[in-house]
Design a protein around this ligand. Sequence first.
Ligand SMILES: Nc1nc2c(ncn2[C@@H]2O[C@H](COP(=O)(O)OP(=O)(O)OP(=O)(O)O)[C@@H](O)[C@H]2O)c(=O)[nH]1
Ligand SMILES: [Mg+2]
Length: 351
Amino acid sequence: MEAGKVESSRCPPEELRIRILSFDELRQRALSVYLESVAVPRSIRRQGRDRVRIMRYVLKCERVFQVVAAELGRIARLPRTTSMHPFYAEIANIASHGRFDEIVARAARGVMIVSKLWKEYRERILSSLTPAEAKRLAREFVGRTLSVARRSLRHAELLREAVKALRQTPCIDTESPLVIVAGMPQVGKSTLISRLSTAKPEISPYPFTTKHVILGHMEVDGHRIQLLDTPGLLDRPNSEMNPIERRAAAALRLLRAVTLFLIDPSRDSYYSIDKQLRVLRNVSEIVGVDNLLVVMNKVDKVDEGRLKSVEELVEEAGFQVKYRISALKGWGLGELVRGVVEELRRRGLLA
Ligand SMILES: Nc1nc2c(ncn2[C@@H]2O[C@H](COP(=O)(O)OP(=O)(O)OP(=O)(O)O)[C@@H](O)[C@H]2O)c(=O)[nH]1
Ligand SMILES: [Mg+2]
């Protein structure tokens, strides 16, 4: 890929479909290949027993080198976040505490070092005068190679988390229209997504039920529209968010979309209206007030008086409730979908 060119595909890179071994797993593999018996070619066998024994150490060390270099090489070939779409780069960095590229680079350095070591020890073991000397050098080589592997895999755990998080992130086509559903935990985002789209996310009365962004599709007038369910957001700055909230914030910040902000107006809502309005303000700062539609959900639970008073509070905060819906009962969804399509058109995101 050219320098500075960003991956145009919006899927997590294919190369991420690898399993990353821990250092202990790699050491076990390396030691078990070292202990396996090796067949020495006939040409060497003619050179006498000592030569055969020396050659066995060369072949054993070669296998250890191959196992370690292959494993570090697989990591070293992972794409850097700089070549990923910014949304996927952010998902990788959230899980790896911003160290994804550093860990990949560390593995690449590890490959270089073990390759150099192998070149050096191969010569030295081959020139051993006795099998005892070859054995000592072989052990030294294995010890040094494993210590490079240990250093190279120091933060492999974080990389494993990042690969897992990326694999759990759906392919989002940014050339096609996208609608993001956001709001505090428990306002009914997943219920709405499951009503409107092909996605069937988990729904429960516990906050942070949704932990990753989830993509669904709906067909309207022959158009395929993507709907993205997001984890709930709390009222706090990005630096204090947990990784689950940060994934929602990343979607809002880095994907071009129309955002539906859901409010739960009920008296027993999980979070107060005050808190929900503070989060609304934060979200509007991220996506821009023009890219946001405020939607009142759960209207099946509240009387008209309560709805009016919550709407007034929303207005006092500088916003306007555009739609009243009940995702659970399916109320108001036709009007909401028509409004969303209109909004996508207005913003040039739909033909
Ligand atoms: N009465 C009523 N309950 C609803 C409505 N929509 C959602 N709920 C309930 O609210 C609870 C939370 O719903 P979810 O869809 O999981 O909410 P969420 O916003 O995705 O929650 P997180 O994933 O935790 O952020 C569930 O018990 C739903 O049944 C609605 O329109 N009316
Ligand atoms: Mg949810």
